[in-house]
Design a protein around this ligand. Structure first.
Ligand SMILES: Cc1cc2nc3c(=O)[nH]c(=O)nc-3n(C[C@H](O)[C@H](O)[C@H](O)COP(=O)(O)OP(=O)(O)OC[C@H]3O[C@@H](n4cnc5c(N)ncnc54)[C@H](O)[C@@H]3O)c2cc1C
Length: 623
């Protein structure tokens, strides 16, 4: 039998963790154990210098019946929102009226994706995303309520991992409007689940688990009837085990300690939830004991598509607000939209919104093609890109509205002006780059997946935990693999030059061809970085972030051009062209920054700031 220490030090991932601190190692090994193998796809191929454009071209178009089904629901939802929901009032009072909960439940909005046989509407991922767009354009609080409920709350993990008995027990309840939530975060657990303190201890007979601990910032937790709780269960082979439990909120020992309040999303029913000796039957475990992180990560893979969809809606709303105001407001002798500084913002807003929608619809179509599809890279890129761009869009829309942008809708109305709610939209959208995977964590996550094919080939030879013979064999295999692959990354552009992308409009074809060449350049640069930094590349977050940003822009160019082709209008082509021009410039700057940057100096200065060496600069302020 293996000793615990031996088992713990045995490589369980292809990343060499032997030189990491115990805390770093625990965090990495836990997430590595939970991650599934990466599958091939347009995005993962990009980083290997394979530009598999046919994966997203022709652009997947929604089936007419599916589209009609979505239209019918969106019409009812839109009518309901206009007639019964006042987003500014919800923001002002911090409460969602009971009639709104009831109305949404009657519409089926709590079970949009839940299969009909379990009481839901059974709509596709694309239609769910379209609903998120509509909601996102109107009311952030309702978007968060419905998204936390069905993208990460009980329905999604149950659909993915629940057994038949579990589905029959809970899905009809949550589809009918019983609010659900997802509780992972704790005071010490933000992005790093290895520090989880909530415990689930099995009873002597093993039939139950006793949960103790406290969860923080659980969205919907204050209203929920049932939630998914992540808890640490007894270690196996010296490794942390996290298990996902479905917990009814009326179980003795579950207590909502307080409701949390935020800068925006003021009607979020988000709270601190305490568990004191909460007895939960083993049947409530999702997937299996110790597989909780797998449940959480997989749930988030598709769940993460809701936020970008909501961002598309919000950016469209910003575009509308900016367009109307910039055409109407006259300053310095002409409409402000005619001043170049404002015109640039409007054009960028339009082009990037189109790109955001193209990426999101593409990712959603992958799920509709195969419910079990691994869209983790696409969804993470959409989440990262859309939330960052959308935040800029709301900010720019506020800038375009000038002082009126900063004024509350209520105050505008009181002065007899149109109550344009940019101030609320800005407050509500700030959280998007933080929750459901912060931007920093998304970049690390995408980088890990992007590096995977290289790690599989190259990591064993650099892994100091392995015997030298194994490492030598790995080196031989890597040499064989790269001897063919590497020259192709230089010759690839020549071969791609022969690709005509002949069905595309010449302007779009030029952008796609450019992106194909850039993917070879990206693959080469990644390879050079691996050769230079070896296993330490994992620590080069700034460098990895640039690779991720390049890959994301290339994905955006490809999706946008392909969709513009599918829409077949000069307007779509115009936006795709402008977007691709801007993205190409950005990618060039990112390639340049791979070699010209201030990362080292910046890091050194940051450590000195953290050590207090620059506290002199903080003089003259009230802390
Ligand atoms: C309004 C709201 C709703 C939420 N809803 C839920 C919910 O329903 N359920 C739930 O479980 N949680 C929820 N959360 C928690 C949310 O998901 C976390 O806030 C998020 O995961 C980040 O964790 P943290 O705030 O503790 O930040 P930390 O993890 O402490 O990170 C702080 C900063 O450091 C960065 N950082 C952390 N680690 C690294 C690293 N290795 N490399 C580089 N940068 C790093 C982060 O990106 C961030 O910028 C919610 C939070 C809020 C504010």
């Amino acid at each position: 039998m293996k000793t615990e220490t031996a088992a713990a030090s045995e490589p369980n991932s292809i990343i060499d963790t032997s030189k990491m601190s115990p805390e770093q190692r625990a965090a990495l090994e836990l997430t590595e154990a939970a991650r599934a193998e990466t599958r091939d796809g347009f995005v993962s191929d990009l980083f290997m210098g394979h530009f598999t454009f046919p994966a997203l071209h022709p652009f997947p178009v929604q089936r007419p019946e599916d589209h009609d089904q979505g239209d019918a629901f969106l019409l009812r939802l839109g009518d309901f929102l206009k007639a019964h929901v006042d987003p500014d009032e919800i923001d002002r009072t911090g409460e969602i009226p009971d009639e709104v909960f009831a109305g949404l439940a009657k519409l089926g909005a709590f079970g949009i994706k839940i299969p009909v046989e379990y009481g839901g509407l059974g709509l596709s991922q694309t239609n769910y995303c379209r609903a998120a767009m509509l909601l996102g354009s109107y009311c952030g609080n309702l978007t968060a309520l419905l998204s936390a409920h069905q993208s990460i709350g009980v329905p999604q993990p149950l659909i993915l991992f629940g057994n038949e008995e579990q589905k029959r027990r809970w899905l009809p309840r949550v589809a009918a409007g019983e609010v659900s939530a997802f509780a992972l975060t704790e005071p010490k657990v933000g992005s790093d689940p290895a520090k989880m303190e909530t415990r689930g201890e099995p009873t002597a007979d093993g039939a139950h688990f006793i949960i103790n601990g406290e969860k923080l910032w659980c969205t919907n937790g204050v209203k929920a009837g049932v939630i998914v709780v992540m808890a640490r269960t007894p270690d196996k082979n010296g490794r942390n085990q996290i298990t996902a439990f479905v917990v009814d909120m009326d179980t003795p020992g579950v207590e909502v300690v307080r409701r949390c309040h935020f800068m925006g999303l003021r009607a979020l029913y988000n709270g601190v939830i305490r568990f004191t000796n909460v007895k939960v039957p083993r049947e409530n475990i999702l997937l299996a004991e110790g597989k909780g992180l797998r449940v959480a990560l997989t749930t988030l893979n598709t769940g993460r598509l809701t936020l970008p969809a909501a961002c598309v809606g919000l950016s469209k709303r910003c575009l509308e607000i900016a367009r109307v105001w910039a055409a109407e407001r006259v300053q310095w002798g002409q409409e402000i939209g005619k001043h170049a500084a404002i015109a640039e913002k409007i054009a960028r807003l339009a082009a990037e919104t189109f790109a955001m929608e193209s990426m999101t619809l593409y990712a959603a179509s992958l799920v509709d093609r195969d419910k079990q599809a691994d869209v983790r890279l696409e969804a993470a890129m959409c989440k990262l890109w859309a939330t960052e761009r959308c935040w800029e869009h709301v900010n720019e829309a506020m800038q375009i509205r000038g002082g009126r942008g900063y004024e509350t809708a209520q105050s505008l109305a009181a002065r007899g002006e149109e109550p344009v709610p940019i101030e609320r939209l800005l407050r509500d959208s700030r959280i998007n780059t933080i929750f459901e995977g912060s931007s920093e964590i998304m970049r690390l996550f995408i980088a890990r997946e992007a590096l995977d094919p290289h790690l599989k080939i190259g990591a064993p030879m650099l892994d100091t935990r392995l015997p030298w013979k194994t490492r030598a064999e790995a080196a031989g295999r890597a040499a064989l693999r790269y001897v063919g692959w590497y020259p192709r990354q230089w010759l690839g552009p020549l071969a791609d030059a022969g690709l005509r992308f002949s069905d595309l409009h010449p302007r779009l074809a030029a952008h796609v061809r450019w992106a194909a060449r850039a993917s070879h350049r990206l693959a080469r640069a990644l390879f050079h970085a691996m050769a230079l930094h070896g296993p330490k590349l994992e620590r080069e977050q700034m460098l990895l972030g640039r690779f991720v940003d390049i890959g994301t822009e290339l994905f955006a160019i490809a999706a946008t051009c392909s969709r513009a082709h599918a829409l077949h209008t000069p307007e779509a082509r115009e936006l795709a062209d402008l977007f691709a021009r801007g993205a190409r410039l950005k990618v060039e700057r990112l390639f340049d920054a791979l070699h010209h940057h201030t990362d080292r100096t910046g890091y050194r200065v940051a450590q000195r700031v953290l050590a207090g060496d620059h506290r002199w600069l903080e003089a003259g302020v009230l802390g």
